[in-house]
Design a protein around this ligand. Structure first.
Ligand SMILES: O=C(O)CCC(=O)C(=O)O
Length: 272
C-alpha cells in the first residue's frame, strides 16, 4: 500500500484498487455465480444477497430488508474454486496487512446481485456512536480497523448505475449520522452532495472500513450488478456466529488456511 493509497484511505475510509482480477479470473467467477443459480434467481427477484446461513431467513427484520432477498442458504465459499481463490488474494494481502494487521482473518463473505431497478440499502455505521467492532483508529503512525471489506466488481459499475456509496471521512466523524440521511432515495441537495457513489470497472475492488457510513444507491445499470464481498477482521476478532462461512472441505493454500483460522491471537502466525 503506497503513500498515496494510505493517504486516501485514511482521508476517505475507502480506496479503489484497479484491475485486481484478470479476465480469466473474471470469467471463472461469472461462470460460478451463474452456475449457482444467480441468473435464474434474478429473473424472479431483482435484488439478492447470497451466502448467508439459514438462520438469517427466519428473522423478520432481515428477510427482505431494504428490498433484497436472500438466495438459498449456501455459503459463497462453497460455490467453487474461483470464489475461493479470492480469499486472501495475493494482490490484496499488503492492503489487509496495512489496514487490519498481519494476522488478519476472513470473517465472512457473500454476494450482492441486482438486475433492473432496485431499492437502495440505507446508510449505516460511522465513527459515532462508538462501536468497538466497527471502528477506525490511527495510532503509532498506523491505521487500525476492526473490520474492512473487499468488494470485487464482476461487472462494470458506471456513473449513475447505483450500488456501493459512502460518506467519505465519516469513519472519523464526531457526531452521529443525522436523521436527514435516513432515506437515500429522498435526500435534500446538501445531504446528497455528501454521499459518494463509487464507479468501478469489472475486476476492480473497493476496500472500505466498516466504520465509514455506507450503503447502496438503488441499482439503475443496464447491466447486472454482481459484487462479491470478503470481510476481514483482526485475528483476535470474530463478527459472525458462523464465521468463516464455509461448510465444505476444500483445498486451500497455506496462506488461505491461516486467513480462515478462527479467532485467537496468542502465537497466531501472520498470513504472509
Ligand atoms: O455495497 C452494498 O450494497 C452495501 C454493502 C454494505 O452495506 C456492507 O457491506 O455492510
Amino acid at each position: 500500500m503506497n503513500g498515496r493509497e494510505q493517504y486516501l484511505f485514511d482521508l476517505n475510509g475507502y480506496l479503489v484498487v484497479r484491475s485486481v482480477l484478470k479476465d480469466t479470473e473474471l470469467g471463472a467467477l461469472r461462470q460460478e455465480v451463474s452456475d449457482y443459480g444467480v441468473d435464474a434467481a434474478l429473473e424472479k427477484h431483482s435484488y439478492l444477497h447470497a451466502g448467508f446461513p439459514r438462520e438469517y431467513y427466519d428473522d423478520a427484520e432481515w428477510s427482505g430488508a431494504d428490498g433484497y432477498r436472500y438466495l438459498q442458504d449456501s455459503y459463497l465459499l462453497d460455490w467453487g474454486p474461483a470464489v475461493r481463490s479470492l480469499v486472501a488474494h495475493p494482490k490484496l494481502g499488503p492492503y489487509l496487512e496495512a489496514l487490519v494487521g498481519a494476522e488478519y482473518r476472513l470473517d465472512h463473505s457473500y454476494g450482492i446481485f441486482a438486475r433492473g431497478r432496485t431499492s437502495s440499502h440505507a446508510l449505516h455505521n460511522g465513527a459515532t456512536p462508538f462501536d468497538p467492532t466497527q471502528t477506525y483508529i490511527f495510532q503509532n503512525g498506523q491505521m487500525y480497523n476492526s473490520m474492512v471489506v473487499v468488494q470485487f466488481a464482476l461487472e462494470d459499475v458506471g456513473e449513475g448505475d447505483g450500488g456501493f456509496c459512502c460518506i467519505p471521512g465519516s469513519h472519523k466523524s464526531n457526531f452521529p449520522l443525522p436523521a436527514d440521511f435516513a432515506d437515500l432515495d429522498d435526500l435534500d441537495e446538501e445531504c446528497r452532495a455528501q454521499v459518494v457513489h463509487v464507479p468501478m470497472k469489472a475486476g476492480d475492488a473497493v476496500i472500505f472500513t466498516e466504520a465509514v457510513t455506507h450503503g447502496a444507491l438503488g441499482w439503475r445499470g443496464a447491466q447486472d450488478r454482481s459484487a462479491l464481498l470478503y470481510k476481514y477482521c483482526h485475528g483476535s476478532v470474530q463478527w459472525e456466529k458462523a464465521s468463516p462461512f464455509v461448510a465444505g472441505d476444500h483445498e486451500w493454500t497455506d496462506r488461505q488456511r491461516r486467513a480462515l483460522t478462527g479467532p485467537y491471537i496468542g502465537g497466531r502466525p501472520q498470513v504472509g
